[in-house]
Design a binder for this molecule. Structure first.
Ligand code: GRF
Length: 224
């Protein structure tokens, strides 16, 4: 008798906008050896192109429009109800532009990832590309971290760098960073699904060892 194969970890992606990171994850999840399945995509904006991408890929979608709720708590309650309905092992924030309440974040502790367009702890919050340029930085990049109560402050799992050139604008920099995002997020989601990364009290365990520095992609993986 053949035993049933172990069920793959269930991934739920939350997005607010164009969903290029979602697309990178969808593409990666189609690889034969990808160790997880994207079971649903949720958006807080009904016009988000991410919904279109999910529909194209035959993935279940849901909308919880923040404008329909009087408070953050009510919105988060409705969002959590939708999330629970899909019973995910991992929630992936991919350009999800809402600040989540402490209760919400605690309920998903250790099972929620975010991507942030800076080399954290630098430039939490918005306008990261502009701020890196104004500061005269020579390098910039992207971080993927576990979500904790502190906004953009959870332990960082992995980063990829880009070089800032003298003629870079916030737009050109955003483009360079996004290229790295699309490479890095599928790799980190894969690690999670393989059970290689875990959130400790305020640190990441990678293969059971304390991660002292965020993982960096070797150059050949991050440059074209
Ligand atoms: C990304 O740049 C991500 O770092 C930030 O929001 C953007 C989302 O882009 N948090 P997309 O919707 O995945 O194209």
């Amino acid at each position: 008798m053949n035993a049933d194969p172990a069920p793959q970890p269930r991934i739920l992606v939350l997005a607010s906008g164009s969903g290029t990171n979602l697309q990178a994850l969808i593409d990666a999840s189609r690889e034969r050896d990808f160790p997880g399945q994207i079971v649903a995509v949720g958006c807080n904006r009904p016009q988000a192109f991410a919904l279109e991408r999910a529909a194209q890929a035959n993935i279940d979608t849901f909308i919880v429009n923040h404008q329909d709720y009087g408070s953050r708590e009510e919105f988060d309650g409705a969002l959590m109800a939708e999330i629970r309905r899909h019973n995910p092992d991992l929630v992936v924030l991919a350009g999800f532009m809402r600040i989540l309440t402490t209760d919400f974040v605690r309920a998903l502790r250790g099972t929620m990832l975010n991507i942030h367009p800076s080399l954290l702890p630098k430039y939490t919050g918005l306008n990261t590309h502009q701020r890196a340029l104004e500061a005269g930085d020579k390098v910039h990049g992207v971080s993927i971290h576990f979500v904790t109560e502190e906004l953009d402050g959870g332990p960082v799992i992995a980063q990829a760098e880009v070089t800032i050139d003298p003629d870079d604008t916030p737009e050109s920099l955003a483009e360079k960073v996004q290229e790295k995002e699309h490479l890095l997020y599928p790799i980190v989601v894969r690690w999670f699904c393989e059970g290689r990364i875990h959130l400790g009290t305020d640190y990441v365990l990678f293969d059971g060892e304390l991660l002292k520095q965020p993982m960096r992609l070797p150059d050949e993986r991050v440059t074209h």
